[in-house]
Write a protein that binds this ligand. Structure first.
Ligand SMILES: CC(C)(COP(=O)(O)OP(=O)(O)OC[C@H]1O[C@@H](n2cnc3c(N)ncnc32)[C@H](O)[C@@H]1OP(=O)(O)O)[C@@H](O)C(=O)NCCC(=O)NCCS
Length: 150
């Protein structure tokens, strides 16, 4: 099996697969409506990664009013992790947010894989949101800035 990762915009017919990936990746998955709304309102920031034509991951990025970027979610199906899909999706997300001075995201404090990925893309920790997740776990806030903060 080739590990070549390809990227393309998400389509409505991908949403079922995206939901499978979501449900396999998170204990508190986003509902279908959230993905459908993102597809309608923010299409350029909704990208899927494929390996051998199979959708194996997705990223959701959005540009907020004021020009701030948010990476809302990223996931790769367990059997296809550590093959470069996550990094490819992060690149796509950052490309879709080109021009933003600042990009923000949150990660569970225990999520070493995600935090390593974000650090690799020059995100730095800026704080903590206590008890952010439904099960009470804290979120670590990460930020990427166009220029080094003074
Ligand atoms: C986080 C996630 C998207 C990474 O996807 P992936 O396809 O495995 O990532 P890649 O293979 O592209 O790895 C890119 C980098 O991420 C980091 N990384 C990924 N998995 C890692 C792990 N298990 N442990 C440590 N670092 C890891 C490494 O820095 C890696 O670079 P390297 O291969 O040069 O070491 C994936 O683990 C996932 O879907 N997790 C569940 C969902 C999730 O937690 N999403 C984030 C919500 S905040």
């Amino acid at each position: 099996m080739s590990d070549r990762v390809t990227l393309r915009p998400c389509r409505f017919r991908d949403l079922r697969r995206v939901m499978e990936i979501e449900n396999e990746s998170f204990t508190d998955p986003y509902p279908w409506d959230e993905f459908a709304a993102h597809l309608l309102l923010n299409r350029s920031g909704f990208v899927v990664a494929c390996i051998d034509s199979e959708v194996v991951g997705y990223v959701l990025a959005a540009r907020e009013e004021g020009g701030e970027g948010w990476i809302r979610s990223i996931a790769v199906v367990p059997g296809f992790r550590r093959r470069g899909a996550g990094a490819a999706l992060m690149e796509a997300a950052m490309e879709s947010l080109a021009g933003c001075d600042r990009v923000i995201l949150l990660a569970r404090r225990s999520n070493e894989a995600a935090m390593a990925l974000y650090r690799k893309f020059a995100f730095t920790e800026t704080g903590m949101v206590k008890g952010y997740y439904r099960d009470g776990e804290d979120a670590v806030k990460f930020q990427w800035t166009q220029h080094e903060p003074e």
